[in-house]
Design a protein around this ligand. Structure first.
Ligand code: SAM
Ligand code: SF4
Length: 343
């Protein structure tokens, strides 16, 4: 894959992050907490146990490790979780990371959120240089929304979306396609989103973490969704590639875009440009593989970044060619929850 951004001068004497398959790592997703104010049925169990706070990287450590990645050529940072906006003082992190936007080293600072706290933080995020935000919303029906999230208030999320748009943030919606739960809402959701100038990306349920009930019940292949949508709308494939598992289409009737994230039915690994950092400092080289590297210990071992840099270099040399998801397996392919690695 070619990435013209990689040609820019970098802040680090260390080399750019290129894996054994020649892929440039230019995108880091950072989970800042495993906690959440919701309990989406496909993501967490009702009685989820969260990590003790002492295990988490501090905000200063998160800034430090992100800054090292930016120095090594990462151009896009996505803050996620759990729910990133429930982390105390998380705005401090956005504020300090925004310095990399100002120098031009970082091209984009963004986040994925469930939207419950966006009403409170949208303006602050915009002031930190955030331009786009992904909001996850799986239903437009308040009762159903509460059932899926086990506790969410749809009106609160709607106020969050309003606030984000008022603050000038471009909002993109994520919705997980859930068999027998929200399949009948996909067309109205697309129409609603596009009326409000928001693109919508559908996500297939991924086998991450052991939750009840089994994900086989929830799995709705997006190939089927696409087929159904084609009888409602005129869909035009778009050539856009983000280096991730999303493929995009334009809906000619609305002028808006829909994305499909199909990690289970489509192989997207060849262009993968991303790695993920957990809130405890584990670096995952692939969403669908267990292999990871501990960055917390080398970071804590010294004030300088040499050990941290070396651990990152070593980890990237182990980035696997591709993932290993198989939904038919009885056990989850990967035992950690999405809320740990970050979506
Ligand atoms: N709490 C934030 C949110 O909901 O947007 C950020 C973290 S959440 C883990 C990120 C994304 O992952 C959300 O869009 C969520 O719907 C999705 N997600 C969580 N568990 C998933 C799973 N098992 N399969 C597919 N998507 C999942
Ligand atoms: Fe929380 Fe996001 Fe997981 Fe829902 S998907 S439980 S909002 S982390």
């Amino acid at each position: 894959m070619t990435d013209r951004t990689i040609q820019l001068p970098r802040q680090s004497a260390e080399p750019a992050l290129v894996d054994p398959f020649g892929r440039h790592v230019t995108y880091l997703r950072v989970s800042v907490t495993d906690r959440c104010d919701l309990r989406c049925v496909y993501c967490m169990s009702e009685d989820m146990e969260f990590l003790p706070k002492r295990e988490l990287l501090t905000l200063e450590e998160l800034d430090r490790v992100c800054s090292v990645f930016v120095g090594r050529g990462v151009r896009k940072l996505r803050i996620t979780g759990g729910e990133p906006l429930v982390r105390r003082d998380v705005m401090q992190l956005f504020r300090s990371l925004s310095r990399h936007l100002e120098t031009g080293a970082l091209h984009e600072l963004t986040l994925t959120t469930n939207g419950t706290l966006l009403e409170r933080y949208a303006a602050d995020l915009a002031a930190c240089g955030v331009r786009r935000v992904n909001v996850s919303i799986d239903s437009l029906d308040p009762k159903r929304f509460r059932e899926i999230t086990r506790r969410g208030d749809l009106a609160q999320v709607m106020r969050g979306i309003d606030a984000a748009q008022r603050a000038g943030l471009k909002v993109k919606l994520n919705a997980v396609a859930l068999k027998g739960v929200n399949e009948d809402e996909i067309v109205p959701m697309i129409e609603w989103a596009h009326r409000r100038s928001m693109d919508l990306t559908m996500i297939e349920v991924m086998p991450l973490g052991d939750i009840e009930p089994g994900r086989l019940d929830q799995f709705l292949p997006l190939s089927l969704v696409r087929e159904r949508l084609a009888s409602h709308f005129t869909l035009t494939d778009l050539p856009e590639r983000t280096g991730g598992p999303a493929r995009y289409m334009r809906v000619e009737e609305t002028g808006g875009k829909i994305g499909f994230i199909t990690p289970l039915t489509h192989n997207f690994c060849e262009g993968c440009n991303r790695v993920r950092l957990t809130c405890t400092g584990q670096l995952y080289l692939c969403l669908g593989q267990e292999d990871s590297a501990d960055l917390r210990s080398p970071m804590r071992m010294s004030e300088g970044n040499e050990r941290l840099e070396a651990a990152i270099t070593e980890a990237i040399s182990r980035k696997p060619r591709g993932h290993d998801f198989v939904i038919e397996r009885a056990a989850p392919a990967v035992v950690r929850h999405m809320s740990v690695t970050g979506g």
